[in-house]
Design a protein around this ligand. Structure first.
Ligand code: SF4
Length: 389
């Protein structure tokens, strides 16, 4: 299988020159895009671990290393297995001869304990930005504040972070979006009267009691959430506490610390700048399970027709574009043949923090070929690398 982490001549060119014109099509790349430092660091550590395969050790991943299916397939093809943390038999089969890689999202306190008990060699690629959130959550719990986390309850990073609140003797509540925060705000208003948070499965710590656990709140975010939505959530919860306890109590009852990581913020800012241009279409390339990629696509979709695609395979033809719908987050097929009818077209591209450059570059080449455009030399180099790299 071709190495998905190979360089992309086209993306490198666009990083230097921002846009490239091929026939009647102008390709424009977001100013900051593609793999972040935390992901590159994690993949570098995995690459070293792969070398260990030659001495016969099993190398296993605790969950996916990043949410990118191409990278996942490439690692599996290279002999790296994924440990099924839900299955007891996987834990029972671990031995001191195994190496287990903790992904950039981190691991729960319990999974770390099980790994220590198994005596395996651990390669911990947890991103320092994720560790920063853990410190914040532990401090909240120690100070008697309930952690309210803006994130996806089922995301491995969220699970790992919440386990730190429990380990420090605290409680937690997860809000997925501003609408959830508004529900929590209503409960804060009536907490003493037995208001109960009803946000579904997995969002409350065991034994959570609204009347007790919503009186002091410390807010954090999953590192890859939409920054403006996190700010809205902070405002909603802060206002609710003011209404309930008065202005003067806010400082002693509410703490908030933006834990959107810098890489996420920079990529979101770059999408805003890109969509200030007159684009006909925007492609955001990256795994459909990737939270940061999805948020970039949602942000783009506010002002430009935007498609979240996983890579060049999404472009079967101009009449069958496979993407993930921004609203429903389900697989969808769309027709973009209208693009070919434009006398001149400007198409924007961006990759998520877990997207290899090669996937963005190949998606561009695929689009040019479908539009019947002449491939400039850098695009041709991209095509050759994809075929033989
Ligand atoms: S997106 Fe942020 S938190 Fe996640 S790996 Fe990259 S730098 Fe770290």
């Amino acid at each position: 299988m071709t190495n998905p982490l190979r360089p992309s001549p086209l993306v490198s060119h666009l990083r230097r020159h921002e846009s490239l014109t091929a026939g009647s099509t102008e390709l424009v790349l977001a100013g900051t895009t593609g793999m972040c430092r935390g992901v590159k660091r994690a993949l570098g550590m995995v690459a070293k671990a792969r070398e260990g395969l030659s001495d016969g050790r099993r190398v296993l991943l605790l969950h996916e290393i990043i949410h990118n299916p191409t990278v996942g397939r490439w690692l599996r093809a290279g002999g790296i297995e994924t440990l099924d943390t839900e299955a007891d038999e996987w834990w029972a089969a671990l031995s001191a001869a195994d190496t287990v890689i903790i992904p950039a999202f981190g691991a729960t306190v319990n999974d770390e304990r099980l790994l220590r008990a198994a005596g395996v060699k651990v390669i911990d690629t947890t991103c320092p930005s994720v560790r920063g959130v853990w410190s914040r959550v532990s401090a909240y719990a120690q100070a008697g504040f309930t952690t309210v986390l803006h994130g996806r309850p089922d995301h491995p990073e969220t699970r790992a972070t919440l386990s730190r609140a429990i380990a420090a003797g605290g409680h937690y509540l997860v809000v997925r979006e501003a609408a959830d925060a508004r529900e929590v705000a209503e409960v804060i208003g009536g907490a003493e009267n037995g208001g109960v948070v009803r946000l579904g499965e997995g969002v409350l710590s065991p034994g959570f009691e609204s009347a007790r656990d919503l009186t002091r709140i410390g807010l954090v975010n999953q590192t890859t959430m939409l920054a403006d939505e996190s700010r809205e959530i902070a405002a909603v919860l802060g206002d609710a506490l003011i209404r309930r306890y008065g202005d003067r109590e806010l400082e002693s009852r509410f703490r908030t610390f933006g834990t959107i990581c810098r890489a996420t913020q920079e990529r979101q800012d770059a999408i805003r700048r890109l969509t200030n241009r007159a684009l006909d279409l925007l492609f955001v390339v990256g795994g459909h399970a990737s939270s940061n990629t999805r948020h970039l696509a949602e942000l783009g979709g506010r002002s430009v027709r935007t498609y979240h695609v996983e890579g060049p395979q999404a472009l079967q033809s101009l009449t069958a574009l496979r993407h993930q719908s921004l609203g429903t987050r389900t697989a969808a097929i769309d027709d973009i043949a209208w693009l070919a009818d434009l006398p001149h077209r400007v198409v924007g591209f961006a990759g998520g923090a877990s997207t290899p450059d090669a996937e963005v570059g190949e998606t561009m080449v695929r689009l040019l070929l479908l539009l019947g455009e002449p491939c400039p030399p850098v695009a041709e180099a991209e095509r050759i690398l994809a075929a033989h790299g």
